[in-house]
Every structure is written in C-alpha cells, then in structure tokens.
Design a protein around this ligand. Structure first.
Ligand code: ZN
Ligand code: ZN
Length: 283
C-alpha cells in the first residue's frame, strides 16, 4: 500500500525527494510554487533535473502536483476565470516538465451551481487544449462550504461528462471533505454504499488518488478542517477506507496538520496500524 504526504518545496525542487524519504513516503504531492499567490517564475532547470534524477532512483511513485488555492474555474468574474485557466495551464506544463503525471485542482465555487459547472468544464477544456501533453487533471471533491462546487458526486460527474479529453480527467477523493460534505465514513456498510454511489455516478475508473485525512468537524458540517489520522470525528472509520478492496490499489496521501516531521511520522504509523488491524482480523 502506498502512503505519502504533501511535501514542501522550500529550498527548491531538489529538496523534495530527500524530504519525502525522511517521511517514508512511497507517493507524494507538492506545489510547484506558492499556493497563495498568482506569482509565477519559471522552474529552475537544474532543480528540475536533480528532482527527476532523485525521483528515478527512489521508489516514490506516482507524484501529484496540487494547483494553488486561488484558482476558481467556476467564477463568472472574467478576469479571475482567465487567471485561473492560465495558472492551470502553467501547472499542467510544469508537471509535464517535471515528469509528473497528475495535477490536482479543487472544484471552484459559484453562486449559480449549474452555471459554475459549465464554466468549470469550459475552463478545463481550454486549459487541456493549451497544455498539449498527457498530464491528467484530477478534480478534488470539496467539503461544500460557502458556494463550493464538487461536494456531491453528481456535480463531479456533471463537470467530467463535459470534458472532451476523457483520458485526461479524473478524481481525487478527500476523506475529510467527504465527511464534512455529509458522506459518513464511520461504518463499513456506509463506506460500501458511498463507493457504490461514486461508481454509478462518476465511475471508480476515474478515481486515481485518496487524500487520507481525518476531520476535526462533524459529518455534514460543510467545514473543511483536516485532523490527525484516527484522532478526529472519522476516527477508526478511516480503517474501512484504507482496507477497502476497491481502494487498496490507490495511493493514499495525507494532508494532516504538521508542526514537524514527528507529526507526519505519527500519522503514517496510525494509518499503517489500520492496515495491520484489519489484516489480522482476516477481513
Ligand atoms: Zn485534499
Ligand atoms: Zn481540505
């Protein structure tokens, strides 16, 4: 089973793989720039080269790039829409340059959901056409706070059916977001039902990654607060996710709170403990 974390790029891309190894990652996610700024400078060629070499020699795979938080492809503000497309194109191109197969983007937000969904699809189609490569865009489900789209499976499906390059669109499910959006992950029966629903509405073949996060907030709270594995409101429920036969082949990346490496290593142990527990029960 592949576990990993979101890894900081502080100090340049060449610092990523050593940092990931220290955290015992077998899969990773990273930003290619500051997640809270539109500012973009070209990637340093030497850093990209070093990153790729170190990655090749490691057993870390796959790698995921996460777009900045500012993007909103569902926006009816023409300037924000355009800036969001440009930022997405840049990350698709940078990922290609880095040899990274996936880019993750949160669904945007819009007052008018139907219109927002159409805008998102339009923006995604434009961006995929501009960045002519094979990098796959993964839409991340949201907690559904404010006017956020993509907190329900039918909304993800409504965006995806409109995307023309079908092989370049997929989904990442975040467990904290699912839970906050009202998908109760606390029992095996309910996890089964949720995955059945996802399969019939979106299709499990579209799911490429799970963001494994516990939630500090209640089921259905629509509030996105990640928490330490097993210590939040989902708690042991995450064991049903980690061990689910339909999810076992997927990479699991944690975006849990961290003050230092110890926090990550503790969360990794907690996640791995869930695997063992189920295995010894013979299920
Ligand atoms: Zn996430
Ligand atoms: Zn989140």
């Amino acid at each position: 089973m592949k576990f990993g974390f979101h890894i900081s790029i502080a100090g340049g891309l060449r610092t990523v793989v050593p940092r990931a190894k220290k955290l015992k990652c077998s899969t990773i996610q990273l930003f290619t720039r500051s997640p809270r700024s539109w500012r973009l400078k070209a990637l340093d060629k030497q850093n990209v080269h070093d990153f790729k070499m170190m990655l090749k020699k490691s057993d870390i795979s796959p790698v995921f790039v996460h777009t900045p938080y500012l993007l909103n492809l569902a926006s009816c503000d023409a300037l924000l829409f355009k800036k969001s497309i440009n930022a997405l194109v840049a990350d698709l191109q940078r990922s290609n340059e880095m040899g990274v197969p996936y880019v993750i983007m949160h669904c945007g937000s819009a007052e008018n959901a139907a219109q927002g969904i159409r805008m998102m699809a339009k923006g995604i189609n434009t961006a995929l056409n501009k960045a002519q490569n094979t990098v796959v865009l993964l839409l991340e489900n949201t907690a559904g706070g404010g006017n956020e789209l993509g907190y329900r499976f039918d909304q993800l499906a409504d965006i995806i059916v409109r995307v023309k390059q079908v092989k370049r669109i997929g989904v990442v499910l975040d467990t904290a977001h699912l839970f906050a959006a009202g998908y109760d992950l606390r029992t095996r029966t309910s996890v089964n039902t949720i995955l059945q629903e996802f399969d019939s509405v979106v299709g499990l073949d579209k799911l490429h990654l799970v963001h494994l996060n516990d939630s500090k907030t209640a089921c259905g709270s629509r509030s996105d607060r990640h928490w330490h594995i097993g210590k939040g409101k989902i708690g042991k429920g995450l064991a049903h996710v980690v061990n689910h036969p339909l999810l076992r082949h997927l990479p699991l990346i944690m975006e849990t709170p961290r003050k230092n490496d110890k926090d990550d290593l503790r969360n990794l142990r907690a996640a791995k403990r869930f695997v063992k527990k189920m295995a010894t029960k013979g299920s």
